[in-house]
Design a protein around this ligand. Structure first.
Ligand SMILES: *Cc1c(COP(=O)(O)O)cnc(C)c1O
Length: 364
């Protein structure tokens, strides 16, 4: 039977990951903000999820039930949170698997309540407000307050744990103090209506960490749902210029094997049509150049332009499903077939790689 020789592989440094989680958790702890560690970025890999538990996250969260369910079987005790608003058809499993879910639809809330009653449980819900990013959440805030009251008074097997907001996902809206304060204002309207305090005000994802660092997170916000900033720590330093000392950016590294090295023209030779994915591509003619192929492709990581090649002098030219093409003309070492090339990765790449059965995951 065919047995994979070990490349391509994703090398995952659990100590670096753990360090990142602990650092973010402590930073938030000082401002009385709890962390829901979001594991969807690494497709819920259990050894990674375990680091979130060990580092003392209050919740472990994912957008997918199939990533959360195995955590229970693996003995992870941390409360589990579903961060994609549930499909109506998965309500039963949401209640069975998760302690918390984020919600924005009355129909789903009613179904969660029915399922919780059938399972003789109380399920915790967080109502999502859409404050302008235009993905999930109540747009009509009067409706949101009404629904909160209904959950509180009528849906006996649901517990209204709090409210949340998401920004910077679809609409690229920044988590400014004013934007997050909009959520706090809604929370206070709900508290007035139901006559008690909400336990959770969940003020966003990694992009809201900037408010923790700057010390201007609205004070009533007491929970953030954090994935990228912990797993990769790429966006805050690279997109927003925050110095993230004491945080690693290479907890995940990709290694791939060179399968061909040859001098070839840099412009395709022949009449030009479409590439393997049906795109028309512009090719730059730089004359004859040394090129290397490595044995993985778009099937494994999505978009080759998101790969960050660690080999000095090498440049990612492009890819098809199963091949990645590098310009290695300026690489100092004498690159040979069988050599290994390392890559740093960004969020989308990490999602694809951790999902790909072709990629060996090696923990160090
Ligand atoms: C993915 C997701 C998060 C985590 O986002 P990061 O940018 O990775 O921190 C938080 N909340 C919701 C609702 C999400 O879907």
């Amino acid at each position: 039977m065919y047995k994979k020789p070990g490349y391509p592989k994703l090398v995952i440094d659990l100590n670096k990951l753990r360090n990142n989680i602990e650092h973010v958790r402590k930073m938030c702890d000082e401002q009385d903000v709890e962390i829901a560690g979001v594991i969807k970025g690494c497709s819920g890999l259990i050894p990674c999820a375990r680091q979130f538990e060990r580092a003392g996250c209050s919740y472990i969260a994912s957008s997918r039930l199939e990533q959360l369910e195995p955590l229970r079987e693996a003995g992870i005790q941390t409360p589990l949170m579903m961060v994609r608003i549930p499909m109506l058809s998965e309500a039963e499993d949401v209640v069975r698997i998760c302690d918390y879910s984020l919600n924005s639809e009355v129909t789903v809330l009613r179904e969660l309540n029915v399922q919780a009653r059938l399972q003789d449980r109380e399920h915790n819900v967080i109502l999502m407000a859409d404050c302008g990013d235009l993905r999930e959440g109540f747009w009509d805030k009067d409706e949101m307050v009404d629904v909160a009251e209904m959950v509180e008074k009528e849906l006996k097997n649901l517990h209204l744990a709090g409210v949340g907001v998401n920004v910077g996902c679809y609409g690229s809206v920044l988590a400014t103090p004013e934007k997050i304060q909009e959520l706090v204002d809604i929370a206070e309207r709900i508290e007035e209506r139901i006559g008690r305090e909400l336990e959770i005000i969940s003020g966003g994802a990694t992009s809201s960490l900037m408010r923790v660092i700057d010390g201007n997170l609205p004070s009533r916000v007491n929970m953030l749902r954090c994935g990228e900033g912990i797993l990769l720590n790429y966006d805050l330093p690279h997109l927003y210029g925050y110095e993230m000392d004491n945080m690693y950016q290479d907890a995940f590294k990709l290694r791939a094997e060179v399968i061909e090295v040859k001098d070839k023209p840099s412009h395709p030779v022949g009449e030009i049509g479409f590439d393997a994915f049906g795109h028309q591509v512009q090719y730059e003619d730089r004359g004859i150049r040394r090129r290397a192929l490595v044995g993985l492709g778009k099937c494994d990581y999505g978009d080759p332009s998101e790969l960050i090649c660690c080999e000095e002098g090498a440049e990612v030219l492009g890819a098809s499903s199963d091949h990645t093409i590098l310009d290695v003309q300026d690489v100092k070492r004498d690159l040979q077939v069988g050599d290994i090339i390392e890559f740093d990765i960004k969020y989308a790449t990490l999602v694809y790689l951790t999902n790909s059965p072709n990629i060996d995951k090696v923990y160090i």
